[in-house]
Design a protein around this ligand. Structure first.
Ligand code: SF4
Length: 245
């Protein structure tokens, strides 16, 4: 009998050792032991209704050019108003795909109230036609709308005062491309003080609109040897419109 008990005890020790190796700590189920697998709660949380994405606020429609001109009024926002005869707002197709932005009116433009009508304007017209556009197809304006006295460069406060109206013009027209003529147009629109000699010929972006900086026609009249570079820039614009140079 004692042999049987010894054998049983031996078997029990072996079994316990085997269970301990297997990670089992207790022989009997502990009523407080957590279940091996979490039970799903009796009542599932209700799925929350999907909130519809907020509808983005509708973008305010751009003003028409007439509305922008009306807001400009008899502008006296900067000192250029003192010597001007007329405000030279802009000319051309209000739905133009291509816009040329120059610097500011000269004497002839100041007299007529139309941008680019003097000698530089005649050269610009030739450039536009060489690009297989008509002058009436495009829109032409300047960064400042009043003539700087003695054709001096526009000053920073003048550029700053007039820029909102240029921006409003471009927002109204929404062209497919802009040609910035000369340093002041390119630097003002691009917020980049890099020299025009380095800006020119490289596509940039103005509020998502491709912008090509090139030389101002007045500069080309003084430096005719640079016309070939300007023509290279304009050919890039032609390509963008699918026109063969
Ligand atoms: S240049 Fe522009 S901001 Fe200055 S007075 Fe003329 S329209 Fe007004």
């Amino acid at each position: 009998m004692s042999d049987e008990l010894s054998q049983l005890a031996l078997e029990l020790r072996r079994h316990l050792a085997w269970q301990e190796q297997d990670g089992t700590r207790t022989l009997l189920k502990d009523p407080k032991a957590p279940p091996l697998f979490a039970q799903a709660p009796a009542t599932q949380a209700r799925p929350q209704p999907v909130q519809p994405a907020p509808v983005p606020a509708a973008k305010a429609p751009a003003r028409t050019l007439e509305e922008v001109r009306k807001e400009l009024g008899d502008c006296r926002r900067c000192k250029l108003c003192q010597g001007r005869k007329t405000i030279v707002f802009g000319v051309g197709n209000p739905k133009a795909e291509l816009v040329f932005v120059g610097e500011g009116p000269g004497a002839e433009e100041d007299s007529q109230g139309i941008p680019f009508v003097g000698a530089a304007g005649q050269l610009l017209t030739k450039m536009i036609e060489a690009m297989k556009f008509k002058r009436d197809d495009v829109y032409i304006c300047n960064v400042v709308k009043c003539r700087p006295p003695g054709n001096r460069n526009p000053e920073p406060d003048e550029l700053e005062a007039c820029e909102p109206f240029l921006k409003a013009q471009l927002a109204s027209i929404q062209p497919k491309a802009i040609v910035a003529l000369g340093k002041f147009a390119a630097q003002t629109l691009l917020r980049d003080s890099t020299a025009i000699t380095r800006l020119r010929g490289q596509w940039r972006s103005y509020e998502g609109i491709p912008l090509m900086p090139t030389y101002h026609p007045a500069y080309l009249l003084r430096q005719p040897g640079e016309k070939k570079l300007a023509w290279m820039d304009l050919q890039e614009v032609m390509k963008r419109f699918g026109k063969a140079p």
